[in-house]
Design a binder for this molecule. Structure first.
Ligand SMILES: [Zn+2]
Length: 460
């Protein structure tokens, strides 16, 4: 018995020591791995551009998976002075720690009293680790920024600007600083300006248009946005000339529907079970809109090179069959089934006539284009395009450079065309304009070339 007790006491002592050692080891391990953990917080700044305008939102993501976020501090340093924009402490409430935090910070340099120029954005995050005498692990992040609270200056160099309803115009202007976006706003449409024509790269040209459907009360303004998102808007002198457009009636026959609907519907119309008339109306509306969208997309890639010279060519020995801006009523058996605006000029000559390129440029589209059938689109630069539709044959390829008068194809009646003719269109960035202006040497001289020459004479 006594021996047994002795053994037991010894065993208990041994166990006690072991337990003590284990406790110390666990505590030590906890201190090293948890309490004094050495993992620094992670700071992630999302800043798409280094420019800070009059009010800029930045977002900061902080994470600390171990002891949790203790504090985040953000300041702007400029000319040796520090301007604190954020000083936030994360409390540990009932043992719950913040391991992730997304912080949206608005920086307003004017309110802070920071002047324009280069500055430094400094960010500091700390965690709840017992390290560094209970100050926690620290992460620093610095980012060079540029404070710019002044909107760009715009000076209009061209004048005057007479614009016809459904017509085009050109504004030449100079910016005081580099702007990712500038141009003319015409009502709710925007016509971007591009530099590169003049040696002075601060001089921009914006070809713009007033749509047929935009009235004489349409407001036009020059606008520019700098890299810090500061926006400037400047008025320029313009005068809008009201135009009247003809009305026309197009009678749709069964023969036309039977010939045309299957042709244009290859791969595009999906109206199962619909009548042939409904399919036609569907195409006349939706396919037309889709074609318009495609041409706008093509115009978006137009190069800032002025390829064209002098007046645009008109299909030789041709008669005008339909004018620009005409509002068309489509009738079937006397009933109005649709209404559309004709956004080009229809020219008819002998069938399968040779079609010349209206001016110098680059072929940017050559193929089927919905209701327009076989179509060629030529980019003349600075967002100006010419379109040739209903062709029976295309003789050019995409990317090919063409000279004024080069044969690009032959007239035909592909797409929604009743008979052999050329549908000729002129497009400015996002809007079809009246081709008459571009065929007219006097209009071109007064409204486009004289402006360019005047600016060239003054700035050289
Ligand atoms: Zn037409």
């Amino acid at each position: 018995m006594r021996n047994l007790l002795k053994v037991n006491r010894k065993t208990i002592r041994a166990w006690g020591i072991s337990f003590g050692v284990l406790l110390l080891a666990v505590t030590g391990l906890w201190l090293v791995l948890v309490y004094f953990e050495g993992e620094e917080p992670i700071l992630q700044l999302s800043l798409t551009s280094p420019y800070i305008g009059s009010s800029r939102a930045i977002s900061l993501h902080v994470s600390d998976q171990k002891s949790g976020i203790r504090s985040v501090w953000v300041a702007l340093t400029k000319d040796g002075k520090e301007f604190v924009v954020l000083d936030r402490r994360f409390e540990r409430t009932s043992g719950i720690r913040a391991h992730d935090a997304s912080l949206d910070i608005r920086i307003d340099p004017v309110k802070l009293g920071v002047s324009d120029g280069p500055a430094l954005l400094r960010m500091v995050a700390r965690d709840y680790s017992g390290r560094r005498w209970w100050h926690g692990n620290i992460t620093y992040l610095e980012k060079e920024v540029f404070i710019d609270t002044r909107p760009p200056g715009i000076s209009v160099l061209s004048r005057p600007h007479y614009v016809n309803q459904g017509g085009a115009g050109l504004v030449i202007y100079r910016l005081t600083e580099k702007c990712p976006q500038s141009g003319v706003k015409v009502g709710d449409r925007f016509f971007p300006g591009h530099n590169g024509y003049f040696d002075d790269h601060k001089i921009f040209m914006s070809f713009f248009a007033l749509g047929v459907d935009q009235g004489p009360g349409t407001r036009m303004v020059l606008s520019a946005t700098d890299p810090a998102d500061n926006l400037s808007e400047t008025d320029f002198h313009y005068s809008i000339r009201r135009k009247t457009f003809k009305k026309d009636v197009i009678n749709i026959t069964d023969g036309f529907l039977q010939r045309k609907v299957p042709e244009i519907s290859t791969g595009s119309i999906t109206l199962p079970g619909a009548s042939i008339l409904d399919q036609f109306v569907w195409a006349n509306r939706n396919l037309r809109r889709e074609d318009y969208r495609k041409v706008t997309e093509i115009a978006g890639r137009s190069k800032a090179v002025m390829h064209w010279k002098g007046a645009f060519l008109r299909l030789p020995k041709s008669a005008r069959k339909a004018g620009f801006g005409e509002s068309r009523q489509y009738r079937y058996k006397g009933r109005v089934v649709d209404r559309q605006i004709h956004r080009g000029i229809d020219l008819a000559s002998v069938p399968r006539s040779q079609v010349p390129a209206a001016n110098y440029g680059q072929v940017v589209y050559a193929g089927l284009l919905g209701i327009y059938g076989k179509t060629v689109v030529i980019d003349h630069g600075f967002g100006l395009l010419s379109t040739y539709s209903h062709l029976s044959r295309i003789d050019v390829k995409v990317n090919q450079m063409v000279s004024k008068g080069d044969i690009i194809g032959r007239t035909g009646s592909t797409g929604l065309a009743g008979g052999d003719h050329l549908h000729f269109g002129v497009f400015v960035h996002s809007t079809f304009v009246n081709p008459l202006e571009w065929w007219d040497a006097a209009w071109l001289k007064n409204n486009i070339m004289a402006k360019i020459e005047a600016v060239q004479a003054r700035w050289h």
